[in-house]
Write a protein that binds this ligand. Sequence first.
Ligand SMILES: NC(=O)c1ccc[n+]([C@@H]2O[C@H](COP(=O)([O-])OP(=O)(O)OC[C@H]3O[C@@H](n4cnc5c(N)ncnc54)[C@H](OP(=O)(O)O)[C@@H]3O)[C@@H](O)[C@H]2O)c1
Length: 264
Amino acid sequence: MLLEDKVAVIHGGGGSIGGAAARVFAREGARLFLAGRSLPRLEAAASAARELGASVDIAVVDAMDQAAVDRHVDEVTDAAGRIDIALNAVGFDHVQGLPIAETSLADYLHPVTGYLQTNFVTAKAVSRPMLAQGGGVILTISTPGARLTGSGLIGNAAQSAGLEGFSRALAGELGPSGVRVVCVRPHAMADAYDTSYTGEMFGRIAAAGGIGRDEWLAGLAGTTLLGRLPSLAEVAEYLAFAASDRARSMTGVISNLTAGALVD
Ligand SMILES: NC(=O)c1ccc[n+]([C@@H]2O[C@H](COP(=O)([O-])OP(=O)(O)OC[C@H]3O[C@@H](n4cnc5c(N)ncnc54)[C@H](OP(=O)(O)O)[C@@H]3O)[C@@H](O)[C@H]2O)c1
């Protein structure tokens, strides 16, 4: 198994990507600590991972709150002795699809400060035990907005490009101590639509364009080289590989899972 005996913490562990990653990490032998905002979603993700044989602990932890995340990380290391993998899969609704003239400063800053704050908070907390143990993997999740152009993307673009820069710089800082940082940049996943904040957000953009959800997603898929969008399972499988020792020479990378919407 890819992640046998690895200890993994997933912030946003009850979410679409967090839950999908929990299932694959569980199948691959990891011991899981899922942290998130809503207990019912954490319980559902934990029960699916336990069915695959994993030991799973859950905790309600605000991933924006440094003291709360630090406390939880201490609880995890007390219980498991170490943290090998930390995935920040926190996500929240924000404004996309509006031109700058119709975007308030607060709406622009909401994703920028929010995503950069939570990834700072969780990476800072887990880097402590990882540096002490001399290894570990920090996984972050960006979006295609980091590299796309077009109207309605400024907040998303700034947060995504910022998070990619953060991940790259952190990889440089922690690399000499054996800690890897991998940022994954997936395109929108159609099968996350019903469970993710993106359903609400993309739904607003589709409605403003006078089209339905399926037509909007088909339009997005049409902008990729593969003519389709990635799936949650594909992204989760990639995260498991990136977290594993098979990827032990991979750090400072932005992994392009856009199905070819962007090419390097
Ligand atoms: N879905 C996509 O198509 C897509 C594409 C590219 C990139 N991404 C990126 O993937 C990440 C996760 O997205 P997703 O689609 O999995 O979102 P999601 O299904 O909405 O899940 C996000 C999770 O984060 C939790 N959360 C929000 N604020 C939190 C906080 N302060 N503390 C702790 N947990 C918090 C949510 O808790 P609740 O359960 O309480 O809501 C939810 O469980 C985001 O960074 C997003 O930008 C997603």
